[in-house]
Design a protein around this ligand. Structure first.
Ligand SMILES: Cc1cc2nc3c(=O)[nH]c(=O)nc-3n(C[C@H](O)[C@H](O)[C@H](O)COP(=O)(O)O)c2cc1C
Length: 392
């Protein structure tokens, strides 16, 4: 990959960080834009108490001068607003072993693992007796900094008029009405705390989340990410690790709690005849056009110029007020899983994270196709390419 990034940071640590490598020079990036994206991740009916403390803001520490990228690595930082309450239990340095500190550290120790989380496998694999050493990093708090990195990618895509949108299509058993062109509903989606534009479904979704919460349960759902104006030919058919559908699936599947990723028709391809699956090609005003987009904008690992359509499913949150049967790893006893402040439903937030991950993959494919040293050079290459294929 050309667009590479690493993140660091624990859920209750001092901050989250990212280093982003590969961005061309000349791209306008502002903290305001990044922060507007971080706010979108924090919205959501059914989120836990933490969202009220958080109000994330990112600081750009390097790689950008006066709002413009200079081609060097970009480092980003999001401070955890709750840090003051965790200074002793999460301090990277040794702390004084006095009674008060030891009591505080002990109170944050976790031995009862949660089914559906990283707790048990992580504690065994990394040889920990305190499960906090695992859950602090496996927590989806990390997705905040992914959204910040996604904003960097989006800033590049904006230069090429590439638009990304996401919306929730299902919460629990409530399925929203299908919409043809989500971009027309952007305002409504962004204003909805469940990122849906179906008013009727919205009320039922809220009810389902409320009912789950009342009974100490949690709920999952589905969402879509659509990317518009992607030129033909990003990705490649020639090798497994260059296929755009595979790369997008990997990126979205890497988000905590995402359990399925589909492109276009997705799993419905299994029951759909070939004649109803493949998008026939026509010529209109000298251009190749399609009347359908079952492929979801990707054929044989390459973008085909249609909207890229990703559908993903998020499982129900594993930390539950009414805990599941589980084990304590100190005495290997059967106990109830532990509970710590948690979301009841985070599908809306997850869709914003998926937008970020998809933007990163498209930005990377863009840089691979059109070079990535400077935006100016990329634009020349891009326009030459668009001109060349428009003449074919
Ligand atoms: C935006 C978002 C918020 C989440 N919030 C929580 C939460 O509050 N509590 C929790 O237990 N899991 C939460 N999760 C899910 C867990 O992080 C995830 O299930 C866990 O890391 C295990 O990974 P896996 O589900 O991919 O196997 C959230 C996921 C996302 C994407």
């Amino acid at each position: 990959m050309i667009f590479r990034f690493l993140t660091a940071g624990e859920s209750h640590g001092q901050c989250l960080n990212a280093i982003v490598e590969g961005m061309p020079s000349g791209v306008h990036i502002s903290e305001d834009f990044i922060n507007s994206q971080l706010q979108r991740r924090q919205v959501g009916f059914g989120r836990g108490g933490r969202m009220k403390i958080e109000k994330d803001t990112a600081k750009i520490l390097s790689g950008i001068r006066h709002g413009i990228t200079i081609g060097s690595p970009i480092s980003l930082e999001i401070q955890n607003k709750d840090w003051e309450n965790w200074v002793i239990p999460m301090n990277p340095n040794e702390v004084e072993q006095n009674e008060e500190n030891l009591k505080l550290i002990e109170s944050k120790k976790i031995i009862n693992v949660r089914p559906g989380h990283a707790d048990l496998a992580g504690a065994l694999k990394y040889n920990h007796t305190d499960v906090r050493n695992i859950l602090e990093r496996s927590s989806a708090r990390e997705t905040a900094v992914r959204v910040a990195v996604g904003s960097v990618a989006k800033s590049l895509l904006n230069e090429f008029n590439i638009d990304v949108i996401s919306y929730v299509t299902q919460i629990g058993t409530v399925v929203a009405k299908d919409i043809d062109n989500p971009f027309e509903y952007r305002e409504k989606i962004e204003a909805s705390d469940l990122r849906t534009c179906d008013d009727e479904a919205y009320e039922k979704m809220k009810l389902q989340i409320d009912e789950a919460k009342k009974s100490g349960d949690t709920v999952g759902g589905k969402f879509k990410v659509i990317i518009r104006n992607v030129p033909v030919g990003l990705g490649s058919h020639v090798h497994w690790d260059r296929k755009l559908d595979a790369l997008l699936s990997y990126a979205v599947m890497s988000i905590q709690a995402v359990k399925s990723v589909e492109i276009g028709l997705g799993t419905d391809v299994a029951s759909t005849l070939g004649s109803k699956t493949h998008d026939e090609i026509f010529v209109q005003d000298g251009k190749y056009v399609r009347k359908t987009n079952n492929a979801g904008g990707i054929e044989s690992g390459m973008s085909n110029g249609e909207d890229i359509v990703i559908t993903a499913a998020m499982k129900a949150i594993p930390t539950m007020l009414k805990p599941l049967n589980s084990v304590a790893i100190d005495k290997k006893e059967e106990v109830q899983a532990h509970f710590e402040r948690s979301d009841t439903c985070a599908v809306a937030a997850c869709s914003v994270v998926a937008e970020a991950m998809a933007s990163i993959i498209i930005a990377d494919a863009f840089m691979e196709k059109f070079s990535h040293d400077s935006l100016e050079e990329m634009k020349i290459n891009y326009h030459n390419y668009i001109q060349r294929i428009s003449e074919r």
